[in-house]
Design a protein around this ligand. Structure first.
Ligand SMILES: Cc1cc2nc3c(=O)[nH]c(=O)nc-3n(C[C@H](O)[C@H](O)[C@H](O)COP(=O)(O)O)c2cc1C
Ligand code: SF4
Ligand code: SF4
Length: 270
């Protein structure tokens, strides 16, 4: 439900212009929703955010609920963030403080989703004991696979890591004190992409809070394939794991950025 405060509205038309589903029209000089337009609203809140005088209220959201426009990191700082993000495989045992966890959790709300579906579901697993309920069954399964000797047949190069697995080393969860798992409904328009975007944003923000992260591809596949491993996540019905990220305070310091080869880029200009 959208309402426009006619006394505040200056008739600038920016709300009509910004609405991607074009469900606004001018009625008696005031923006109003077209008949049946409500059904096409994707609740992106662009109309709420664009109005220069704060005349629009959208459902229960008012301009006063929105954060003001604040300063952005400089391009240099942003590039540092991208360049200095590293996969962290050594974590301190110290857990992340509740107020920092709350900030990370709250920031997930601004993750874009295809068609603004916004039905992301995040599970934060916090602390050694909670992590153990995922770590132990996953590593048990992994040790069982190694004992079948099938991985050894696939590649001799795996021998070193297979020995570490049999010795009980946590090569999957890296003794991280925290993990965030993001899931989406299978029928979300961009179900395969939305969780990745959410976690990519999460890890950059985490870095600004002094945290290190590791994308955990093995846990992603393990949770997708084995119901008993994902059961403690207690996902809502119809939801599927879309990405897994480990995080915590890093127990390693990098003294410079890496120096990757440039990505091949093709420019098309006519
Ligand atoms: C995976 C993905 C695909 C998207 N595809 C389109 C698209 O094809 N066309 C479009 O206009 N917007 C697209 N969007 C933008 C979303 O509609 C937008 O993120 C959402 O409405 C929230 O608005 P915001 O990004 O301004 O917060 C896409 C977003 C994502 C994450
Ligand atoms: S919330 Fe988005 S889609 Fe809905 S009326 Fe506003 S701009 Fe249009
Ligand atoms: S953006 Fe705000 S001021 Fe401009 S026409 Fe829409 S409601 Fe009126």
């Amino acid at each position: 439900m959208i309402s426009v405060n006619a006394e505040l509205c200056t008739r600038c038309g920016q709300c009509l212009r910004v609405c991607t589903t074009e469900i606004f029209e001018m009625r008696d000089g005031i923006p109003a929703m077209t008949d049946g337009g409500e059904d096409y609203c994707i609740k992106c809140q662009h109309c709420l955010a664009v109005c220069p005088v704060g005349a629009i209220t959208l459902n229960d959201k008012t301009p006063a609920d929105c954060a003001p426009i604040g300063p952005l990191p400089s391009p240099e700082h942003m590039l540092n963030l991208l360049r200095q993000r590293r996969s962290i495989r050594h974590f301190q045992t110290t857990p992340v403080e509740p107020d920092i966890l709350a900030k990370l959790q709250a920031a997930l709300a601004w993750s874009p989703t295809g068609c603004n579906d916004h039905r992301l579901y995040a599970v934060l697993v916090n602390g050694h004991d909670a992590m153990a309920s995922f770590r132990e069954p996953t590593l048990r399964l992994l040790r069982w696979v190694v004992k079948t000797r099938i991985p050894q047949l696939i590649s001799r190069r795996l021998n070193q890591v297979l020995k570490r697995i049999l010795d009980g080393e946590d090569v999957i969860f890296r003794q991280a004190p925290h993990m965030v798992v993001v899931a989406t409904p299978k029928n979300a328009p961009c179900a395969d992409i939305d969780p990745t975007i959410a976690l990519a944003q999460f890890e950059l923000y985490a870095q600004t809070l002094g945290l290190g992260t590791l994308w955990c591809g093995f846990a992603y596949f393990a949770f997708r394939l084995f119901r008993h491993l994902r059961r403690p996540l207690d996902l809502p019905k119809g939801y599927r794991v879309g990405g897994v990220l480990l995080f915590g305070y890093p127990d390693i310091t990098f003294h410079r950025a890496t120096c990757p080869d440039p990505v091949l880029v093709k420019n098309i200009s006519l």
